[in-house]
Unconditional design. Structure first.
Length: 434
């Protein structure tokens, strides 16, 4: 199937052609026809499969079909709510690209920056509003946003919004929306909380679930290194020095950890930058922009900040810290191997993180390949990396038996020597034993 066969408006097809979009991905192929019919939708597909286009293209089509460019002031007709600033900006860029010939206008609002510029854009009028929950609710309460003309609402990355504690904000926002609307839920995972929320918000909805052959990006080559906490940075430097020309995204579990990694890499003369919630929006966008342009090869991110990272040809993702939430692993490695590209995802696992690894492997229903020796192996790492011997007899069983016999003989000899030495000491004898 091609996008042309979906019956989309000509200006949208022209823009998609310029973006080199010819054939829709599975989530797009199944979702777009449903949304063009005006039905509500619950869409589930792993990260990197094209969910933004799956909801963005039909919204643009509907709005273009009913647009009146001679209207005195644009009204918000479509709302997309998403968890992070980076993801909101990315979605805004996608709507701009897909709708460049439609005459429709979109804007993005998020927290962490002064609201004046965003308010001015809202006053000028917009057709499509992309927003993070906190700033959206704030500007709604100040009276800068009206949803009287709203026709479409999308909750994107709904699972992540709930994980980040936005559930109460989402319910407050939904309560202000007109009841007659087309509602869309899109998510990479579908926990029970999302299912329960969707039943309350969606009307008579269709469900599209794209199940890959495995729970992680199919074209991502995975591997895990067992390494002590003290040697994680050394191993990271070692791997980065072997791939100096590759774009590498490094995940840290904490903001402090991300800053520390950047400092340690700097000491090894490896240029990098960190993005996380404590960084200003200007700093985050500067670092992300340099990473996307290739001027910066290593970006260190926390999970919340990374949800909006979409970089072409991202070669390598490194989990410096394994996530304690298994689904997060899927999101992380989905930053590489996007669409039709391939990629590599490597993880560092110290002793305390092995339960996290077991949970991840249970979720993705496969064992993450154990990688071989590296210069910073310790005893525990070697035990994990070295395959266990089979319990049955092998062709080396005689040599093993001989080796065990020799060790037992030496152990007995030492025990007897110590016993004789103690006996001589107790009796006061100084006679040497031949």
């Amino acid at each position: 199937m091609t996008f042309k066969e979906l019956g989309l408006a000509e200006p949208i097809l022209k823009a998609l052609k310029e973006e080199n979009y010819t054939n829709p991905t599975p989530i797009q192929e199944q979702s777009i026809p449903i949304l063009l019919q005006g039905k509500d939708l619950l869409g589930v597909a792993q990260t990197g499969t094209g969910k933004t286009a799956a909801f963005g293209i039909p919204i643009l089509h509907h709005l273009y079909q009913g647009i009146s460019l001679r209207q005195n002031k644009r009204k918000v007709k479509a709302l997309i709510v998403t968890p992070t600033r980076e993801l909101a900006i990315q979605i805004g860029e996608s709507f701009t690209a897909y709708g460049k010939y439609t005459g429709l206008k979109n804007t993005v609002i998020f927290g962490g920056v002064k609201q004046a510029k965003q308010v001015n854009e809202l006053r000028a009028g917009v057709d499509i509003l992309i927003a993070t929950p906190g700033r959206l609710l704030d500007l709604m309460n100040q009276g800068f946003i009206s949803f009287r003309d709203l026709k479409f609402v999308v909750l994107d990355e709904a699972d992540q919004m709930l994980d980040m504690g936005f559930i109460h904000d989402i319910k407050k926002i939904i309560a202000k929306l007109p009841p007659k609307r087309q509602s869309l839920f899109f998510s990479a995972t579908m926990p029970k909380t999302i299912v329960e929320l969707s039943r309350k918000i969606l009307g008579d909805f269709e469900r599209v679930t794209i199940k890959p052959r495995q729970a992680t990006a199919e074209k991502v080559e995975q591997g895990v290194y067992f390494v002590s906490k003290a040697n994680k940075t050394n191993l990271l430097v070692y791997l980065l020095e072997k791939r100096p020309n590759d774009s590498v995204l490094v995940f840290s579990r904490t903001k402090h950890g991300a800053n520390k990694i950047v400092k340690k890499l700097g000491q090894a003369n490896i240029s990098s930058a960190a993005i996380h919630g404590n960084k200003s929006q200007t700093a985050r966008q500067k670092a992300l922009g340099a990473f996307k342009d290739g001027a910066l090869k290593v970006l260190v991110a926390t999970d919340i900040a990374a949800r909006g990272i979409d970089v072409d040809d991202l070669a390598l993702v490194i989990n410096f810290d394994l996530p304690n939430v298994s689904e997060t692993y899927v999101h992380r490695i989905g930053r590489t191997g996007r669409a039709n590209a391939s990629g590599i995802a490597l993880s560092f696992c110290m002793a305390e993180e092995r339960p996290y690894l077991r949970d991840i492997e249970k979720l993705i229903n496969q064992q993450v390949p154990r990688l071989g020796e590296h210069p910073f192996m310790d005893e525990l790492s070697e035990q994990e990396t070295t395959p266990r011997r089979p319990t049955g007899r092998s062709k080396n069983s005689n040599s093993n038996k001989s080796s065990n016999s020799s060790r037992n003989s030496n152990r007995n000899r030492n025990r007897n020597r110590n016993r004789n030495k103690n006996r001589n000491t107790n009796s006061g004898s100084s006679t040497k034993k031949d």
